[in-house]
Design a protein around this ligand. Sequence first.
Ligand SMILES: [Zn+2]
Ligand SMILES: [Zn+2]
Length: 346
Amino acid sequence: MAEQQMRVMWCEKPNEVEVRWQPVYEVGDDDVLVRVAYTGICPWDVRAFSGLSSSVAFPRVLGHEVSGTVAAFGKNVKGLSIGQAVCPDMIIKCGVCKACRTGRENRCQHPTYLQFGGGYADYVRVPQKNIHPIPAGARMKAAAFMEPLACVVRGQDMLQLYPGEIQLIVGLGPIGLMHLQVAHAFGAKVIASDPVAERLQKAKELGAKWVVNPQETALAEFVADVTGGWGADAATLTVGSARLAEQTVPMLAPGGRFNIFAGIYPKDQVHLDPNAIHYGEFILTGSSDSTPKNMHRALNLIASGMVNTETLVSHTVPLEDLRHGLEMVKNREGLKIMVEVSGEKA
Ligand SMILES: [Zn+2]
Ligand SMILES: [Zn+2]
């Protein structure tokens, strides 16, 4: 029988990508082969593709926001069936380090990245422990948001929201618009801030109580106004900007929680008034990546309809147009750019 072939979008070095044909991965005893339906493009992919991430080695196949169906599995795999809808976690955690053993698998000290096996390809192969079954009710395109939504869930967990509280979200890209929806799911009211009119419009559609263009309206005064001078109970910064961090923290209410969700590059420093933190009893937090638990919860939010991810997709490009998709993200065109590999019928 002729060997089955698959496409991978091969990046020989930064800023280069081409279609390559190669044999479909062999499946080891503990592995699951996933036929890819959709793979999202996120700003991290663009940073990595551009050679700006020191941790990313070339050549490689990028793509870590993947949905698909089980195409094959090894003899030790249990509980999955061929054709089942799944999302693979594209980072293999060691499972035994201190981080893994304390529920911080996102900070695993010995992770394995699938350098040649990313999601911009017809298939990916991961160990069974990396597979997340997609609950009934979720479409493939929506489920491809598992990873970024899991990161959002982790960031939102840091804020310990209580129903009726007010959360300020600075930056309304796909990530900010997911924060908005998770905040709603917790019963919070959201002040959504972004300079781009289309994004404010989307935030409104998704139920933001207040939307603000900070280039037209002084955000700090606005927050003070709508909270009766109290401030925001919680705030999330989805934009990598030290200046915005400095501006946001003083908008917190007493007991306010703040989450720095985005990495800040080039590296920078923040200047904050320690007395504001001390007397305000602020809780300043960071969150980075996500754990399997966060991923599980993200898929539940998607399948239950509490977070509408598909509405965040502005453009869907075929696999072989990956370069075009990466350029759109780089140029901040549209909202979420999704790569269609085999689509809903994966
Ligand atoms: Zn991502
Ligand atoms: Zn580990």
